[in-house]
Write a protein that binds this ligand. Sequence first.
Ligand code: ATP
Length: 453
Amino acid sequence: MPADAPASDDTPPDAPAAEPVDRMDQIVNLAKRRGFVFPSAEIYGGFRSTYDYGPIGVLLLRNVKDAWWRSMVQLRDDVVGLDAAILSPPAVWEASGHLSNFTDPLVDCRHCGARHRSDDIPDPDVCPTCGSRGTFTEARQFNLMFKTHAGPVEEDAAVAYLRPETAQGIFVNFANVLQASRKKPPFGIAQIGKSFRNEITPGNFIFRTREFEQMEMEFFVPPDEAHRWFEYWCDERRRWYVDLGIDPAHLRLREHATDELSHYSAGTSDVEYLFPWGWGELEGVANRGCYDLTQHAEASGERLDYFDQATNTRYVPHVIEPAAGATRTMMAFLLDAYDEEEVRGETRTVLRLHHRLAPYKVAILPLSKKETLTPMAREVLGLLQPHFMCDYDETQAIGRRYRRQDELGTPFCVTVDFDSLDDRAVTVRERDSMDQVRVSVDELVDHLREQLA
Ligand code: ATP
């Protein structure tokens, strides 16, 4: 079988840059050009560090979240789901400790006026913006929560916060879920959704934004089992990234030092990814002890514990929390999948995404735009759409269309050509090897299902 379409009608859609460019620039460019991620409100000059997910990005992000949900909820019988409100009253954040503790140390440079998070700069004495030494103001604690008002009157009684993490929505629903689901510890409650943090220094594309999506699970366990479950979830969560194609050499588990621990944590390990600028957190696995349930029980006056009939004892469960960022994780998957290779003297850019994450699973490409091929190509599209997320493209030369699908990470391209009209077969091209096989239309769904399994 030919390795790929003839080179004669096949020039890469976007010529490779003459100078070697930074991997982040490549990802940001690809994201914009192919519709993964756009700067938000771009026609008005953009809104700093806020991004919109385009036609391809919305599929990739959804697949990341679906893969998490599948692994954390669907394939388990000890975890249930929840979707709690984003707006919440101050009482929640007072009890959780966020109103007093969810802060970052903020410094201003007296020389250039730049603001920095003092625990996030290489030398706490040197301004990374202007290079001045000893020009920082005293650090002051800056609360990261977004405050707003619910209702038409801006008064203190109507203060509300946008949640800075999804976890608290889980804790305040502990008793409801326990009662409704009839689960008993060890069991978990999982949630995916938006969180908001007024970050001092957002940046690195979608790594750190003020609005982002999290995938969090609170796993409630008998206190004497907490350590065992903490280790279990550290291993499970690291494995999840590897199973979805991240190179294990680009992942590590890093234990927090005692002075680094959050106000609630009895122990935390981060799953970190080797980003182009160095190691960065993808997910924190924390042993939150009984902190949250105890705090909310005290503040609300409600009972947030568990009565174990077997042992006739009542206890406040301890909590192990794997907390991941969906948008940040999507960026890691993009970076790790990005590859460039030489094909017949030209650079082919390909996203070697795991099949489960690929935005489109199949692209249907009639070989030419000749009207004779369109009806059959559309018939094939109709056949595949109920089973797979498909793209359909009849513009441009076939080679350019293959290259576009490579850049989107589409695992299979199905080409309908003139022979297809006679033999009712199509050519299926695989993304990574570029190998092509001829498959009968009658067997196409089964063939692709097998390949995509
Ligand atoms: P960081 O140290 O990077 O500020 P964190 O330790 O405060 O993160 P957690 O509170 O543990 O983060 O949140 C869990 C996950 O949510 C993080 O591992 C990350 O993937 C994601 N996350 C947190 N803040 C942001 C943000 N501003 N933008 C995008 N993702 C974020």
